[in-house]
Design a protein around this ligand. Structure first.
Ligand SMILES: C[S@@+](CC[C@H](N)C(=O)[O-])C[C@H]1O[C@@H](n2cnc3c(N)ncnc32)[C@H](O)[C@@H]1O
Length: 218
């Protein structure tokens, strides 16, 4: 499959011990999806009242807690970083969560090839890589083509919730969405359901300001 050269994520080493590999394989049976064609989400979340996609779950601490606290909602997590996927599966398993499935792949590819229209009630995008250098800004995931990719996948009345601790990225996000006919909305208060992840905590300790946005699909 063709991979975009403007990746929105950093390539990182993923060396695991044999024990970690074995634990990963066992949990992948329970939580992993290896798509071979369009995904029928109701097969994975037969009793869920709604389905939320989270893109870029990182080390998964916030996601595992959100999933645990909201068992009536099915959560599909997409993350490219294998150790992060392993950590999320471990935490979800310890909590006994059954309302989580994970795809380990670039979200662009997943959305383009395997997600049917009107699949999600909402999308969570928490602390996407800020790519602060000018020459890297094209790697930012929030761009008009990304909005075009996700809009059909969200049900009528649904939304995307974005959080960032990078003020200039917050301004960028506001601008991209303002210039798009696909979504409307803006800054909201920090939601109580979102715990502080390791990544967010690091930003807060550096004095970063966190902005939460909720943009509804038009
Ligand atoms: C800065 S981290 C934040 C992680 C987490 N949401 C948090 O709050 O701690 C961004 C994550 O998004 C993932 N990511 C970036 N682009 C992605 C893509 N196109 N598909 C899947 N994951 C992606 C990265 O691997 C990384 O783990």
């Amino acid at each position: 499959m063709e991979r975009p050269d403007n990746r929105s994520y950093k390539l990182r080493g993923a060396r695991a011990t044999p024990a970690q590999e074995a634990a990963y394989a066992a949990l992948w049976e329970k939580y992993g999806i290896n798509p071979t064609g369009p995904i029928n989400l109701s097969e994975f979340f037969p009793t869920s009242k709604r389905v939320i996609l989270e893109i870029g779950t990182g080390m998964g601490e916030a996601t595992a807690e959100i999933v645990r606290a909201d068992p009536d909602t099915g959560y599909l997590a997409i993350e490219v970083h294998k150790p992060g996927v392993g950590a999320l599966m471990n935490m979800a398993n310890k909590s006994g969560s059954t309302n989580l499935r994970i795809i380990e792949e670039d979200a662009h590819l997943v959305l383009q090839h395997w997600i049917l229209d009107n699949s999600f009630d909402a999308i969570h995008l928490f602390f996407p890589d800020p790519w602060p250098k000018t020459k890297h800004k094209k790697r930012r995931i929030v761009q008009e083509p990304f909005l075009q990719l996700i809009a059909p996948k969200i049900k009528a009345g649904g939304y995307i919730h974005i959080a960032t601790d990078w003020v200039e990225y917050a301004e960028w996000i506001s601008e991209v969405v303002k210039n798009s006919p696909l979504f409307d909305g803006g800054v909201i208060d920090r939601p109580e359901f979102r715990p502080i992840s390791k990544f967010e905590g690091q930003g807060l300790r550096k004095g970063h300001t966190v902005t939460d946005f909720r943009f509804f699909k038009n």
